[in-house]
Design a protein around this ligand. Sequence first.
Ligand code: GLC
Length: 610
Amino acid sequence: MTLPRVLLFGAIAGAFLSMQAAAPQKQKSLSSFDPQVKALLAKMTLEEKVGQMTQPDQASLKDVADIENLALGSVLSGGGSDPKAGNSLEAWTNLYDGYQKRALRSRLAIPLLYGVDALHGHNNVIGAVVFPHNIGLGCTRNPALVEKIARITAIEVRATGIQWTFAPCVTVPQDIRWGRTYEGFSEDPKLVKTLGEAATRGLQTADLSDPLSVLACAKHYVGDGGTTFGTGMGGKSPLDQGDMRVDEATMRRLHLQGYVTTLAAGVATVMPSYSSWNGVKVSGSKQLMTDILKTEMGFEGFLISDYNAIDQLDKDYKKAIGISINAGMDMVMVTDKYREYIKGLKELVQEGVVPMSRIDDAVTRILRVKFAMGLMDKSRSQLADRSLWKSFGSAEHRAVARQAVRESLVLLKNGKKTLPLKKSAPRIHVAGKNADDIGNQNGGWTIDWQGISGNAMTTGGTTILAALKGAAQGQVTYSKDGTGAAGASIGVVVIGEKPYAEMQGDRKSLALDAADVAAINNVKKAGIPVVVVLVSGRPMILGDVLDQADAIVAAWLPGTEGAGVSDVLFGDYKPTGKLGFSWPKSDAQLPLGTGNKADVQYKIGYGLKY
Ligand code: GLC
């Protein structure tokens, strides 16, 4: 072999080896931990097994000693379930460490999994970076960015010691009047499956035992976003927790895709939905939870119920427990009734209603995850790594969030090339209720379950107004109602929605509110160009604003880094966003669903450039 060829051979071999070395390790299958699981299971009493299947909210604990005395498998902080010591990085970390130390005092010292809804950053904790909600990330069409955001979220979650987030939400909303539309990436399952997989990889990495890996949870299985208008909350709300009325082929084609890809990415927990499919509650459906997800799709992790979701299965709570566990639920998220749940499930086993084999299967699944995560490794501390505090809310993390905001914005209209704004404009007049409000930028699931208007995120966030002021060379004035715009070079009116979550966001109409329309009119009356920025959890009916505005930008729920909006408005970043949802002309067109045939205002994929 002549010298040049041996060099060529060496180069090819080197490239191959480096590719091999670079290829991410494949997550070991969860069932590969079964030998250790079986050994531990054999030592466990029925009480300890049922304890592992129980997840109370920490705010509902009647006695914190229940953690060790009942050998609880998990504890969560639902929305608003904050440390009594207050909402700070330190208080959250002390909360986690305190509960974990108790779990380690239980007879078998099986550590707790602590769960939170870190959906767009570690959004419960003041000072965390809050990223755009999924509806905005869908418009980036950027899986690598979504993965990076999830990775940063995981690091900020781990800074508090917490190791489990109830994310990614891989819902495929078909009716945007639903209060959880913004938790979805898109109405299109192709986009949801890609971004859901990316988020899972970012959260868990390829190795659940990595101390910076955070256990992910694909939710809400399955068809949470496909419910029929008017069936929500048993008819008490338009859509949330309603009934999805489609055939199995449609269920699989539209709503199952996110589970195909997140399972392939190694997601180790799945949360069944409150909603129903053709009248059957998912949380009590053996076909969905066992036959399809576990048997057909081979899911080896565990199912965690939604918050008190099993209560809806039967008015007799004990019966409800039996229905859900026998259908395949493995761990139950239960608040005040956790002691009753434990008592009821033990009785059901003793009465033969729930076979011990089902209990052993559930506990096996839970322990697989705990072994895979290194929780059972006695050589490792299970307490928080406080060295991670130094990157919590860091400028580096905020820079990624700002980039996400830039890429999430969609330019809907730009008449007479009104945008980009000129930094040299003598005066820009800003108006609208969402111009100077971090809470409204963040939306729901931030600091509190329903979110909080105002500037509760007191550290680090930037409102859109503050960002515009920081970037402009001329004067920037502000009035919420749009008065005082006369004489300005241009008006920017930031309107949209106030925060909400779940059923509290269900709407019959998506019309703009009167105050927003009035603010636009007031700026229009000044006879200057008008730029409308919509900060909302979904497309809204623009109506007359379509003609009144010279330019319109959809900013979704951008989170703390409002500077990303200013970057696009001034052209420091040229808009690249594409709609993840069809945009209706009127309420009458709803629901649009996927691949709508209607003559919509803007089709999915629409987005202008400068
Ligand atoms: C809520 C939501 C779910 C969340 C859980 C815990 O009701 O439906 O998405 O993860 O409870 O907060």
